[in-house]
Design a protein around this ligand. Structure first.
Ligand code: FEO
Length: 165
């Protein structure tokens, strides 16, 4: 069993990851409708990754003899003005997740919950990587025009992205 506040915070993050998965599926749909199937694939993979993150919280709660509790999902943003706006929104979303993870680490530290601190280490690394990934894509997109040759090359590149198990 875990401290009640910590259980609540872990459950909140379980649901935040599901919400992130939902938001990335909406981004995929935005690109699918515009026939940029590589970008759509990139976000479908991203959405599945977020679902995997959620299930890490699920599994951890179960391991610690606590119950994962599902909350309602909010409607995600469905419309964007450009690929750049989608990527900038993604980076903001990841920054917000990073802040949530840091809050969780602070709480686990305050409560001296060492197993939880160890569990959260993986997420600190992952957030660093995800923020970098979106920053790099934003830099590339800022230098090009949507729909032109280099943009289509990026679409081909993103078509290759696969889920890492
Ligand atoms: Fe699970 Fe992209 O944070």
């Amino acid at each position: 069993m875990l401290n009640e506040r910590l259980t609540q915070a872990l459950n909140d993050q379980f649901n935040n990851e599901l919400q992130a998965s939902h938001a990335y599926t909406a981004m995929a749909a935005y690109f699918s409708k515009r026939n940029y199937h590589g970008f759509a694939n990139f976000f479908l993979v991203q959405s599945r990754e977020e679902h995997q993150h959620a299930m890490r919280f699920y599994d951890y709660l179960v391991t610690m003899d606590e119950k994962p509790a599902l909350q309602g999902l909010e409607a995600p943003k469905n419309d964007y003005s450009s690929a750049l706006e989608v990527m900038e929104s993604s980076l903001e979303q990841e920054k917000s997740v990073t802040a949530n993870i840091y809050d969780l680490v602070s709480l686990a530290d305050e409560l001296q919950e060492h197993a939880t601190l160890s569990f959260l280490d993986w997420f600190i690394e992952e957030q660093m990587e995800e923020e970098k990934m979106f920053r790099d894509i934003i830099t590339r997109l800022k230098g090009i025009e949507e729909g032109r040759e280099y943009f289509l090359k990026m679409d081909d590149e993103f078509a290759e992205r696969k889920l890492e198990e």
